[in-house]
Design a protein. Structure first.
Length: 381
């Protein structure tokens, strides 16, 4: 079956985009809320930190619960609980709850929302066939780029109706996702077994977790630092969006080419692209160097995400996938957080080199056991 006529996939995709939307809206939504209610944006940053911490701490335990009940049954309940958490937070803010109460209440959607990405990724493996899986993850990565841009833009638009409206919309998005979760999923064996694929060994997931960490670490040095990157070149602040536009456009283009080509690539090639891009970014070679480095990192980022996802599925036990993918997303978020911190406390040339080191380490971990292509994607998809 072609991916573009695969109704179950597109229902899954609609559900996962609605589920992701609140997380992309949260940073700006929290900031606008606290600015309107307390006159300070700083509380919004603290709220976001508590929210992310709750997601990271609870992702794996809640993922294990999803593995027990099954993602097709557990995700709707989890999404409704997350929506309820946003509703409680909205009502508390509307009634003038103190800052301490908001900091406690923001834990509610954070606790239940941390495992959503892992659960949806597990459900994808039960929604599409093996030959469609690489292309499905690549197309999803392209759509995710749009959600990352669209979330803050939606908050800006909804804020015109009041600072509480974005939070209400975040709750509504969770409800919509719960209604769209595919209720029936396949039970066939997936890429974790088959001719020529050896059983997973303890520690087999470590290289792919390192890849996930690298993705977060290196991309954060661009997404968090577009302003200092252009100021380093003597450009005005208005040039900063150009950096993000190049990164997003290159990511979409790279993912599109990867999906069109129809074959699984060697992740070491994509990691090598990260090494090259990080070195160029660190070297401060003017506008040509900045644009080239951002384009290279973006172009190789989407394929690396897809390859990492498919290979991680191969080594995860089938009854531990939600927890495993939740751990992967948590590790990637930790890389993003570390990269953001590095941008804030280190000289601007140094954070990209941390990403280069992480990419080189991940590549070295894959040298002794070459990453093999897992099947070939259907060219008719």
């Amino acid at each position: 079956m072609s991916l573009f006529t695969h109704r179950a996939y597109w229902r899954w995709s609609a559900a996962v985009q609605f589920a992701r939307l609140p997380s992309t809206m949260a940073p700006l939504a929290f900031t606008l809320l606290t600015t309107a209610t307390t006159g300070s944006y700083r509380l919004g940053g603290v709220l976001m930190s508590v929210f992310v911490a709750a997601e990271m701490v609870c992702a794996v335990p809640v993922g294990r619960l999803l593995d027990r009940v099954g993602p097709s049954r557990g995700l709707p309940a989890l999404l409704l609980l997350t929506a309820a958490g946003y509703v409680v937070l909205t009502l508390a803010a509307a009634n003038g709850a103190p800052s301490a109460a908001l900091l406690v209440l923001v834990l509610l959607p954070g606790i239940t929302g941390g495992a959503l990405s892992g659960g949806f990724r597990t459900l994808l493996a039960e929604t599409v066939d093996d030959e469609l899986l690489p292309r499905a993850t690549t197309v999803d990565a392209m759509i995710l780029d749009g959600v990352l841009v669209g979330g803050p833009a939606l908050v800006t638009l909804l804020d015109l109706a009041g600072p509480l409206v974005p939070l209400a919309a975040m709750a509504a998005a969770c409800v919509a996702a719960a209604l769209l979760v595919p209720r029936r999923a396949g039970t066939r064996d997936r890429v974790e077994s088959g001719p020529g694929i050896p059983p997973a060994r303890p520690g087999a997931a470590l290289p792919w977790l390192c890849c996930a960490f690298t993705i977060g670490l290196l991309t954060s040095t661009i997404e968090v630092a577009p302003l200092p990157l252009v100021q380093r070149l003597g450009a005005p602040e208005t040039a900063a969006p150009v950096v993000i536009a190049v990164l997003t456009g290159a990511s979409i283009a790279g993912s599109a080419f990867y999906a069109w080509r129809g074959k699984i690539g060697d992740p070491r090639l994509f990691l090598a692209g990260f090494v090259l891009g990080g070195l160029l970014l660190s070297a401060d070679l003017g506008w040509p160097g900045l644009i080239a480095s951002v384009a290279v990192i973006g172009a190789f980022g989407g394929p690396l995400v897809a390859t990492t996802s498919v290979n991680l599925q191969r080594v995860l036990p089938k009854n531990r996938r939600s927890a495993g993918f939740s751990l992967s997303f948590t590790v990637q978020a930790a890389g993003f957080g570390l990269g953001s911190l590095a941008v804030g406390v280190l000289p601007l040339w140094l954070p990209p080199l941390l990403g280069v080191f992480a990419a080189a380490t991940a590549g070295a971990m894959l040298v002794r056991k070459p990453a093999r292509a897992i099947g070939t994607m259907s060219v008719t998809s």
